[in-house]
Design a protein around this ligand. Structure first.
Ligand code: ADP
Length: 360
């Protein structure tokens, strides 16, 4: 069979604990394929990956994130971004098999824990070999690349100190180093990045995006991440949490703690009367605020420890989730006396898979 993947690293996957992220690089037409066979193969892959029906009901192509006219390994083309739940890997492979993918590709670049976990299955079901890369190497490579290709990649929140006024604004990330990188996926990893090849993983927490979705499902009966975020948007965590003012009757002035500050997350829920009066929305909001603030706190301590003032947040927990981004922007700004800055990137959860096709 024809193997174009050795000459053209076209597909990268990041098989995470919750979501599988896939990037597909489609070369521009002006690059004449070497042969008729290659042309046919390319056409088939293109048709397969750019049609939503190709990856089932639970797969999505994020068309708004598509990057046109970018250069990869001296070829110009378009990057397409696709995601589906890792739990659907079995059906994804069956679908890929039924579409004859095995005849088109022999190797796919892969990262994430699933690159190990599903290696045998890829080989058995679609006869595809996974070329594995470390997920943190790939993540950083992807971030630096995306920012050079896309001038609107990086942003921050203006007026971060007042959440009701904070607004997205472009950030010039052309001088990135040093920065703290907080990857909020199912769990959280925190890195200190001082150069393209100079980084270390400094911390992490198991209380991440997976925890938010898990707890929120238990507490509200929601069935999707989108639903959890929608509920959270309409809820009020102060009905669930115990605030400084619930304990002090006002501010704790001596240490400058405002009355509106959460003293104890979910701290009201030991009371039966309180429990019957909270809504699913309040519980979703409290779960989101709890998880987000905890990540913000750890990220800030890491930044202070490393003496680094830029904190970049990525990962799919931030997808369709401005509440968390504004909270993180507020937390970095407020608790550091405006010395730390929270930064965000448009391609959120896709940097790992993108990095794999750059590392080949
Ligand atoms: P991982 O590599 O661990 O799967 P991701 O960066 O893909 O990590 O983030 C996974 C997290 O993103 C989930 O735990 C959840 O909080 C959030 N998320 C965003 N969109 C979805 C979705 N459509 N389905 C499930 N989780 C989602």
């Amino acid at each position: 069979r024809n193997d174009i993947s050795s000459t053209l690293p076209a597909i990268g996957v990041d098989v995470g604990g919750t979501l599988t992220k896939l990037v597909y690089f489609e070369p521009n037409d002006e690059d004449e394929p070497a042969s008729e066979v290659e042309a046919r193969v390319l056409k088939n892959i293109r048709r397969y990956l750019t049609k939503n029906s190709a990856y089932g009901k639970t797969g999505h192509r994020d068309i708004h994130l598509q990057m046109d006219n970018v250069e990869i390994h001296n070829k110009k083309g378009t990057l397409h971004f696709i995601r589906f739940p890792t739990a659907e890997m079995g059906s994804f492979l069956q679908l890929a098999k039924s579409k004859g993918m095995a005849k088109l590709l022999t190797t796919v670049c892969a990262t994430g824990g699933g690159a190990f976990k599903f290696e045998e299955e890829f080989k058995r079901e679609v006869n595809i070999r996974l070329k594995k890369f470390d997920e943190l190497d790939a993540l950083i490579k992807g971030i630096l690349y995306a920012d050079t290709q896309c001038k609107t990649e990086c942003y921050y929140y203006e007026n971060a100190s007042d959440i009701s006024l904070s607004q997205k604004a472009r950030f010039d990330f052309s001088q990135p180093y040093p920065f703290i990188l907080v990857n909020i996926g199912s769990g959280v990893s925190i890195l200190a990045v001082r150069g393209a090849n100079d980084y270390k993983r400094i911390s992490g927490t198991s209380l991440g995006g997976g925890t938010f979705l898990g707890l929120c499902s238990l507490l509200t009966g929601c069935t999707t991440f989108e639903e959890a975020i929608q509920l959270a948007t309409k809820g009020d965590h102060t009905k669930v949490d115990k605030l400084v003012r619930d304990i002090y009757g006002g501010d704790y002035e001596r240490f400058g703690l405002p009355g509106s500050l959460v003293a104890s997350s979910f701290g009201q829920m030991n009371s039966k009367e309180r429990r019957v009066s909270v809504t699913r929305e309040d519980l979703a909001n409290a779960t989101l605020v709890t998880i987000t603030n905890n990540i913000g706190l750890i990220a800030r301590m890491c930044a202070v420890n490393e003496k680094i003032d830029k904190v970049v947040f990525v990962g799919n927990f931030l997808r369709v989730n401005p509440i968390s981004m504004k909270l993180l922007a507020f937390a970095m700004d407020y608790w550091s006396d405006h010395t730390l800055k929270a930064l965000f990137l448009e391609h959120e959860g896709y940097f790992g898979c993108l990095g794999t096709i750059l590392l080949t």
